[in-house]
Design a protein around this ligand. Structure first.
Ligand code: GLU
Length: 316
């Protein structure tokens, strides 16, 4: 099988080391199997994801030495789409997402949800360990009349069946989630009309022929929902690798607030080969902290070498 990996950054600020590590492992994983590595910009949140941030992300990836391949778009089997839009910017792909939303509506799987954030938190809904609420279905069985009486703009939810989604994650191993009990009906379009991450990411991974997804461990809880959407749309779900998170020497999770670890600062005093070496050492690909190129790493890359625990960044 021809492997297609992808990097899908949300350009809401400068990339930090965790983001570039994700890009690096995704690239190495695809290239070590002779595959392609493609880029998609997840800029649906146009307020935070500005054009300037986006340019910066592209420039950082270029500096780091990751070259992206052309995308071979796939024609969906189940869903009629008006045109194959080949933009890599999600903000330009709304018409495509609408076709997939329409498909779900025609199957009777989508319903409007008028609940406000406050209302969602007020009901005694079960919470998951990550703080996510399991939706209790308040708006599921509203009549047309009741819907008309609502004053606010609705979000759109996908009704999920009582089904177990199981997959073997390339880093974590066997994972299972019961969609109804552990997730509940989830939002595919927000009340402001912006398509939700879960829908957009699945449509794009499917249409862009992605066969493997490498991303941070923090996104594992989205995976069952995405696999379910892939199945509804008639796509083959990709293989997932939820890589360990990069943490500061004191165990703290890195974030966009750690300005000293963003590429704007690091690029001022470090060459890419050095940063690649530090990241490769941090995740166990090489034994010593030494300069190395991506090409050399492609030859020695294996997921078996990446530990399944937080990666502690050494002093730079
Ligand atoms: N755009 C997401 C982010 O930057 C990643 C989504 C994904 O890899 O599925 O956090």
């Amino acid at each position: 099988m021809h492997i297609v990996g992808r990097f899908a950054p949300s350009p809401s600020g400068r990339m930090h080391l965790g983001n570039i590590l994700c890009a690096m492992l995704g690239y190495l994983s695809a290239k070590s199997k002779g595959g392609d590595y493609i880029l998609r910009i997840e800029d649906l949140d146009t307020l935070r994801c500005t054009k300037d941030n986006c340019k910066q992300v592209l420039d950082d990836l270029n500096w780091f030495g990751i070259n992206f391949d052309d995308i071979n778009f796939v024609k969906p089997k189940n869903v009629n789409i008006s045109n194959i839009n080949n933009s890599i910017y999600q903000s330009e792909r709304t018409e495509i997402y609408k076709c997939f939303e329409r498909f779900l509506k025609e199957k009777g799987l989508v319903y409007p949800c008028f609940c406000s954030r406050a209302e969602l938190h007020a009901v005694s809904a079960p919470h998951l360990s990550d703080g996510r609420l399991i939706y209790t279905g308040t708006c599921k069985n509203l009549t047309e009349q009741e819907r008309k009486q609502k004053k606010r703009k609705p979000a759109m939810r996908l009704a999920v069946p009582d089904i177990k989604i199981s997959f073997v994650d390339g880093c974590i191993g066997e994972c299972t989630e019961n969609l109804k009990l552990e997730c509940g009906d989830f939002i595919i379009k927000r009340s402001d009309g912006i398509f939700a991450y879960q829908l957009a990411v699945t449509v794009d991974d499917g249409l862009m022929g992605v066969t493997e997804v490498v991303r941070g461990h923090d996104l594992i809880s989205s995976t069952a929902r995405q696999i379910w959407l892939h199945e509804l749309f008639g796509f083959k779900p990709p293989k997932f690798y939820h890589m360990p998170l990069l943490v500061a020497p004191d165990g703290r999770r890195l974030s966009k607030r750690d300005k000293d670890l963003d590429l704007g600062v690091i690029r001022q005093y470090m060459k890419p080969q050095k940063l690649i070496g530090i990241l490769a050492y941090t995740c166990g690909l090489i034994e010593n902290k030494e300069d190395i190129s991506l090409d050399e790493l492609i030859k020695i890359f294996s997921w078996d070498k990446i530990p399944n625990r937080d990666l502690i960044l050494p002093e730079l």
